[in-house]
Design a binder for this molecule. Structure first.
Ligand SMILES: C[S@@+](CC[C@H](N)C(=O)[O-])C[C@H]1O[C@@H](n2cnc3c(N)ncnc32)[C@H](O)[C@@H]1O
Length: 277
């Protein structure tokens, strides 16, 4: 079932958190000269028109990136991320929002490689078009879980794996953890970032329990909530579970998450920042 389209949600509070963490990790990893590999298991279309019919349906970006666009008092890591979003826009108005593959391409160097997986045919075609001519990139219109296992360990022996499923089907929870576990067994020094939505807290508790059960050490959790947990009220929060987080990530999130919770919280902004295990 492929009914999920990220264009309905582009630039919302969950994208802000995910892309802040993504850009913070990559900006750190590229400080070292050695090449690295970026693997996106669920890459999306690469970019989204915020004035398009789908993004306009609920205008989720207005309570996400829209709250940051005009600000000149952003904590430094958030300012760096918003600067990248600015680069994706032709003028001073917020019209477009970039996806994870585009953001990664901006930060990675000529010696790095990107492997992008996207199953939806239209989104995959858009992604192909966006990265056409970029010799660092390989786009596969194929299952990202299988693709991830096939690609690790990468020859660079350094890299980031972003696992960002739609969680539309319940099996995504299990497959995401299984994939992370299998990939980790082959490539234990890699950095892994698994995104999750908080729609039903019990599901997130199960996800965390399943990750704990793998015994993978060194997992950090970064979560941003805009409302208190309530079933039937959509996504009230989202988070990332990061395996082998660069040391700087915690420091940067300490700067950003309280600020974001204050600014993006719709009725009750909150954040969690801790280690699992
Ligand atoms: C949350 S979106 C990705 C957003 C993107 N990572 C970003 O941050 O810009 C999830 C995407 O996964 C795609 N998808 C769903 N199941 C997949 C699978 N098994 N393998 C690869 N892509 C899949 C969906 O079509 C959707 O575009």
């Amino acid at each position: 079932m492929l009914s999920y389209r990220h264009s309905f949600h582009a630039g919302n509070h969950a994208d802000v958190l995910k892309h802040l963490v993504l850009t913070s990790i990559l900006a750190y990893l590229v400080r070292k000269d050695k090449p690295l590999c970026y693997l996106d298991t669920h890459a999306g279309a690469g970019g989204y028109a915020l004035q398009g019919v789908q993004a306009q349906k609920n205008r989720e970006y207005e309570t996400g990136i829209g709250c940051l666009w005009e600000r000149d008092d952003l904590p430094a890591p958030l300012a760096d991320y918003v600067e990248l979003v600015r680069r994706f826009n032709p003028g001073s108005e917020l019209q477009y929002y970039p996806g994870s593959p585009w953001l990664a391409r901006q930060l990675l160097r000529s010696t790095d490689r990107l492997f992008l997986h996207e199953l939806h045919p239209a989104d995959c075609a858009a992604l192909r078009e966006q990265s056409a001519g970029d010799r660092r990139v390989k786009v596969s219109c194929a299952d990202g879980y299988q693709g991830c296992i096939a690609l690790v360990p990468p020859m660079e022996r350094r890299g980031l794996v972003l696992i960002d499923p739609p969680f539309e089907v319940k099996s995504d929870y299990l497959r995401a953890i299984e994939t992370l576990h299998q990939a980790y067994r082959r490539f234990a020094t890699g950095v892994y970032a698994l995104w999750y939505p908080v729609v039903e807290r019990a599901r997130v508790d199960q996800l965390e329990g399943a990750l704990r059960a793998t015994g993978i050490p060194g997992v950090d959790r970064y979560e941003l909530g805009v409302a208190r947990d309530r079933r039937g009220h959509g996504m009230t929060a989202s988070g990332l579970l990061v395996v082998n987080p660069p040391w700087i990530l915690r420091q940067e999130m300490e700067q950003c998450l309280p600020w974001l919770a204050g600014q993006l919280g719709q009725e009750q902004g909150r954040f969690r920042m801790d280690s699992l295990g």
